[in-house]
Design a protein around this ligand. Structure first.
Ligand code: NAD
Length: 361
């Protein structure tokens, strides 16, 4: 009998992590086992994993990645083959208000993960057990801001501007240093803005969908012309898996959607798509209106444009962004329609109750 490959996923109760776990079980079924380590901050929601939570090849460990003892224990009790490290504080606006927790989780937490994996996997000086791999999930924001022209490549120098991107840049550099110094078997991926099911409604796309349906203001920073490259979250999940299985160790891969849009364009697309998708007799249809668009004071240090050139991952690995934005946004809106309760519980903070019910101890 072949051994199930064992994954340690950090931050698996968050937006991308939960999509990744669901994707991996759809793809590999019983071939893999996943241990999800998550602190369950405001952004973590075990409800996202309801479809898999009873599977014997899935387990949840409630722990902070900064807690070395708890993380070492996971490595001691399990023969981990793959680490996929998502856990982070992820919202730029929160980082501007409270940078400390970003440095703690994103930098020190990553250090704990690296040390734990290194201790568990190293069998001689800079020699590791066969086939063990660590993937560090990062962002294109580490590269700074672009003008109207040009793209981010893996070779683009780091130039972070927000406490969030600075903390992610630091964590990337730590991973790089472990690869360079200890030959630690890892990859780094830097990905553009994700959207899709289970995204916390503080981020642009779910915020706009939710507010538009309720007839609430649609806040737009500055002139609304900041450009982001948007990637459907399932395409990202697939890219992570492909990098880990087919990528060259020690390499960085940029994962991008080839889909640049101004924030204001995104808002117009969402309003148009909502009108197209809502039946005429749905009372929410009357709420959906351009008049809700409200320009607000720009985010401090707001980067103008991010755009990734995913040439390397396309050429070396054969990944490409499969989901066209028109389709991805429809899938996302459809998901929000079908999961209104999820959104209501999130926005009322009720999902914490679910957790306490599920994991009384
Ligand atoms: P998220 O905020 O939705 O989820 C983060 C998860 O990490 C949550 O479940 C949270 O409970 C958990 N977590 C936070 N601090 C923790 C700690 N100290 N210990 C254990 N768990 C902790 O974030 P996301 O949008 O899913 O992003 C996941 C990763 O992908 C992050 O590393 C982020 O930097 C990166 N990323 C995100 C995007 C994007 O568009 N969302 C783009 C590129 C890269």
């Amino acid at each position: 009998e072949r051994k199930q490959k064992t994954y340690l996923v950090t931050g698996g109760a968050g937006f991308i992590g939960s999509n990744y776990i669901l994707y991996m079980f759809r793809k590999y079924g019983q071939e893999i086992r996943i241990i999800n380590v998550d602190k369950l901050t405001y952004a973590g929601n075990l409800e996202n994993l309801r479809a898999v939570e009873k599977q014997e090849n899935y387990s949840f460990v409630h722990a902070d990645i900064c807690d070395a003892e708890a993380i070492n224990k996971v490595f001691e009790e399990n023969d981990i083959d793959r680490v996929v490290h998502f856990a982070a504080e992820s919202h730029v606006d929160r980082s501007i208000k409270n940078p400390d927790v970003f440095v703690k989780t994103n930098v020190l937490g990553t250090l704990v993960m690296l040390n734990a994996a290194k201790a568990a996997w190293e069998i001689g000086d800079n020699v590791y057990k066969e086939g063990k791999k660590f993937l560090h999930v990062s962002t294109d924001e580490v590269y700074g801001s672009l003008g109207d022209e040009g793209f981010f490549y893996e070779t683009t120098p780091y130039d972070p501007h927000s406490p969030y991107s600075a903390s992610k840049a630091s964590s990337d550099m730590l991973v790089k240093s472990y690869m360079d110094t200890y030959k630690f078997p890892a990859n780094i991926t830097n990905t553009s803005n994700n959207y899709g099911p289970y995204q916390f409604p503080e981020k642009l796309i779910p915020l706009i969908i939710n507010n538009a349906l309720q007839g609430k203001k649609l806040p737009v920073y500055g002139d609304g012309k900041n450009v982001r490259d948007w990637l459907y979250v399932e395409d990202h999940a697939k890219g992570i898996d492909m990098v880990q299985e087919k990528g060259k160790l020690f390499e960085t891969y940029n994962i991008g959607g080839h889909n640049e849009k101004q924030n204001i364009e995104i808002i117009h697309i969402i309003l148009d798509t909502l009108r197209e998708m809502l039946p005429d007799n749905d009372p929410r249809k009357a709420n959906v209106s351009e008049s809700l668009i409200t320009y607000v004071e720009d985010r401090k240090g707001h980067d103008r444009r991010y755009a990734i050139a995913p040439d390397k991952i396309i050429k070396e690995i054969g990944w490409y962004p499969e989901t066209k934005f028109e389709d991805g946004i429809k899938l996302t809106i459809k998901w929000f329609f079908e999961n209104e309760d999820w959104m209501n519980r999130i926005t009322s903070g009720d999902y914490q109750k679910y957790y306490e019910e599920m994991y009384k101890h």
